[in-house]
Design a protein around this ligand. Structure first.
Ligand code: SGN
Ligand code: CA
Length: 539
């Protein structure tokens, strides 16, 4: 017996020495990619404390890096997601707008992670019109998804209907996978993708009850008259007063609209409202009616004597109450996921990213929605933590783009990115290097004519300037001096003082179009494809 123990001890000792001598191979990190839909950086307290408080999203910033100039290549939902997954600009991956289906012959980074031993899961909103490739597990909302009692497409069981509030449900599904379904022996990539705070801004009951009593500071450009800019800003249909739905968005009861003689903002204004409340069960509907009724009663009294200015102010407050109410649940969900990682010892070797598919207007220029290359929609929140690599509480002002995620994650996983990806890995920046990361960002928006009527445009953005070409039904150039004109109110394209700058930027833009393989031929091809879709009635 003694002899056996001695032999065993020697064996154990030898193995330990061998393990100790073996070169240390770091464990590949897990990646938790959290993305919400239309979450403006103005509505994250780590960026801006004026509107709301997001203590859990802020935790990522406290432990990691806050990017103050992160931006997108095409400020709209499904195209942004396609850029993220493929690491290629819209004109290369083909998903230039929300209408064209995603071309699934594109290679996406989750496919490469999966092929290299990562476990992959996606929960929430994708908006591709087809299921994601490269995922061991997914549960995704069909198309835009619904806020209450949403339908969901599951990989294992096909379509299902869920009961409850969408943000909470996506969080529960995500936590369940982390707790019960994940293989603990494999590194994982998890995409946790919220529908909120997308239009029509329906918060969870607990939050609309709370937020309906709040008031918020107005942005300085709420009453913008669009002078000093070209036709694109003037013709966009994103104005809070003129284009927001009264019932569907502001929750004025349809019967009250009739009594007050308020016309629908769009033909679907009341239909949208009815579709939203139509999904609720009697208990949910009762809380809704009981909460929005007093607001409606007050509005009924006020409306007949309200000036246009007061109407705009009222609509802004209503918008913020519901939009920020939606974000409250997103923040709670993020908190639960962060807690789970910490409690299970996963936080040390996990990269956590918080971002949005693009920025959003919260009343700036009188607008809601996105699409423009102007700052509130061009820039997007980006906060990343990676213990041991990223310094806690750091800030970075480089112009990183959603184009960069694919190469970043592949490099983090030790996988060589395909040579045709068009971004740059952010890992040097994470490590505190990567100065002069990108001197100009390229941008191209396509979806026109369509909802909100934002004209097609492409352009470049440098630290100091923005050069934009609006095309298709116009041929207009705009130039903004970002340092002198923070709100982008004055197009200086024809100001002789900017002649040299303008010439340099034109040159730089032409170079970037070549670098990224964009061209007038492609612009024309995408217009022709769009016209085909219009003819077939799909737009
Ligand atoms: C819907 C919204 C628009 C929004 C687009 C695209 N209208 O059409 O306001 O811009 O989606 O949003 S709604 O009245 O139907 O809500 S995206 O995030 O999917 O790109
Ligand atoms: Ca979006």
């Amino acid at each position: 017996m003694k002899k056996i123990s001695v032999i065993l001890l020697i064996l154990v000792g030898t193995v330990s020495v061998f393990v100790a001598l073996k070169p240390h191979k770091p464990k590949r990190p897990n990646i938790v990619f959290i993305m919400s839909d239309d979450h403006a950086y103005q509505a994250i307290s780590a960026y801006d404390k004026r509107l709301t408080s997001t203590p859990n999203i802020d935790r990522i910033a406290k432990d990691g890096m806050l990017f103050t100039n992160a931006c997108v290549t095409n400020s709209i939902c499904a195209p942004s997601r396609a850029v993220i997954l493929t690491g290629k600009h819209s004109h290369i991956n083909g998903k230039v707008d929300n209408y064209f289906p995603f071309d699934t012959t594109n290679i996406t980074f989750p496919q490469l992670l999966q092929a290299n031993g990562y476990q992959t899961a996606m929960f929430g909103k994708l908006h591709f019109g087809n299921n994601p490739k490269g995922f061991d597990e997914f549960q995704i909302l069909p198309d835009q998804g619904n806020y209450y009692n949403p339908d969901i497409i599951t990989k294992k069981e096909g379509p299902k209907k869920l009961m409850g509030y969408v943000t909470d449900l996506i969080t529960d599904i995500t936590l369940n996978w982390l707790k019960n379904e994940r293989d603990p022996d494999k590194p994982f990539f998890l995409a946790y993708l919220h529908k909120a705070p997308h239009r029509e801004w329906i918060p969870a009951e607990r939050h609309y009850k709370e937020f309906i009593h709040k008031t918020f500071p107005e942005p300085s450009t709420l009453f913008d008259n669009y002078e000093g800019r070209g036709s694109a800003a003037k013709e966009a249909e994103m104005n809070l007063l003129k284009h927001m739905n009264w019932a569907g968005d502001s929750k004025v009861f349809p019967e009250n609209m009739k009594k007050l003689g308020i016309k629908e903002s769009h033909s679907y204004d009341i239909a949208l409202y009815n579709a939203t409340v139509g999904r609720m069960n009697p208990e949910q509907r009762k809380v809704w009616d009981d909460t929005y009724r007093p607001m409606n009663e007050e509005f009924m009294k006020k409306y007949p004597s309200m000036t246009e200015k007061e109407k705009m102010q009222w609509r802004y407050q209503r918008y913020m109450q519901d939009y920020l109410g939606c974000i409250a649940s997103v923040d709670e969900g993020v908190g639960k996921v962060l807690d789970f990682l910490k409690e299970n010892g996963l936080d040390e070797n996990t990269i956590v990213v918080y971002t949005s598919d693009q920025g959003f207007y919260l009343g700036e220029h009188g607008w809601f929605d996105k699409r423009f290359i102007f700052d509130e929609s061009f820039k997007t929140p980006l906060i990343v933590k990676w213990p041991g690599i990223i310094k806690a509480g750091s800030k970075n002002s480089q112009m990183v783009q959603n184009l960069d995620f694919a190469q970043t994650f592949l490099e983090a996983a030790g996988i060589k990115p395909p040579s045709d990806m068009q971004g740059e890995s952010l890992i040097p920046i994470f490590k505190g290097q990567g100065k002069n990361f990108r001197d100009a960002a390229y941008y191209h928006y396509y979806e026109y004519p369509s909802v909100h009527m934002v004209k097609r445009h492409y352009g470049i953005v440098t630290e100091q300037f923005k050069l934009i070409h609006f095309y298709y039904d116009v041929d207009e150039w705009e130039l903004y001096d970002r340092r002198k004109d923070k709100n982008e109110l004055k197009n200086v394209y024809n100001d002789p003082a900017y002649a040299k700058i303008k010439a340099d930027l034109h040159k730089k833009l032409a170079q970037l179009r070549i670098k990224y393989k964009d061209s007038e031929e492609l612009d024309k091809m995408y217009i022709a494809k769009y016209k085909e879709l219009e003819k077939s009635g799909k737009i």
